[in-house]
Ligand binder design. Structure first.
Ligand code: SF4
Length: 213
């Protein structure tokens, strides 16, 4: 088979290759949608490893929205301090928990519109919750997804929401979350921001940026 010439052709081949290579999984440890929401809020500007080291103690004290809604702010700050930006994160967690109680019977909502109204939740986090916790369509665009989409010449956009709009029609609805998770794994393990390992990359026979970065 020749090299795909269109973005749609490259996206289809990319999707098929990554599917064979990577088990799509979210690296944030969680037991339910609330825990995933908290972990994802904490993961801003922080590694998943550090978040995973932080959340067990946090969930021991505050396992659900009603416990977290009445937390002492200073205690929340102390528990999430190691994830960085801890004052803002603690404030957002408590506010988010109160919003869940006030507007959603204490539960995490499924709709993107409701999710992005929660404190600390942007479009990327909403898409993580939708796709990972609920199995709904959602294509989170982080720095890895954006970089790979540009290197594969699927888009030249920089803005995450615009990138998502370009990628969405290229990937079947139900598979968008897993596609994003696999792109993130490939970005972390092979297609590094600096010095990507094109020599060992399973996409190097059709990636327009191969050996050029
Ligand atoms: S060939 Fe190189 S630039 Fe292209 S996806 Fe692979 S590692 Fe990234």
């Amino acid at each position: 088979m020749g090299k795909p010439r269109s973005p749609a052709g490259r996206a289809a081949l990319l999707h098929a290759r990554l599917e064979k290579e990577y088990d799509a999984h979210c690296e944030l440890v969680h037991g339910n949608a609330f825990e995933l929401l908290v972990a994802t809020i904490l993961s801003a500007q922080c590694t998943d490893v550090r978040v995973n080291a932080t959340t067990p103690a946090l969930f021991d004290y505050y396992p659900d929205s009603s416990a977290m809604a009445s937390a002492e702010l200073a205690h929340l700050e102390e528990l999430v301090r190691s994830t960085g930006f801890y004052r803002n994160k603690a404030k957002n967690l408590r506010r988010m928990a109160n919003q869940l109680l006030d507007s959603h019977n204490g539960e995490v909502p499924e709709s993107r519109k409701d999710l992005v109204e929660l404190a600390g939740v942007g479009r990327k986090t909403a898409n993580v919750i939708r796709s990972v916790a609920f199995g709904l369509p959602g294509l989170p665009v982080d720095t890895h997804v954006g970089r790979l989409a540009r290197r594969l010449c699927l888009t030249d956009e920089e803005d995450p929401e615009r990138i998502e709009m370009v990628l969405n029609p290229l990937i079947p609805e139900k598979e968008r979350g897993e596609f994003s998770l696999r792109l993130i794994l490939h970005g972390r393990q092979v297609c590094f921001a600096r010095k990507p390992s094109c020599d060992v990359c399973l996409l190097n026979d059709f990636c327009p940026s191969a050996f050029m970065v």
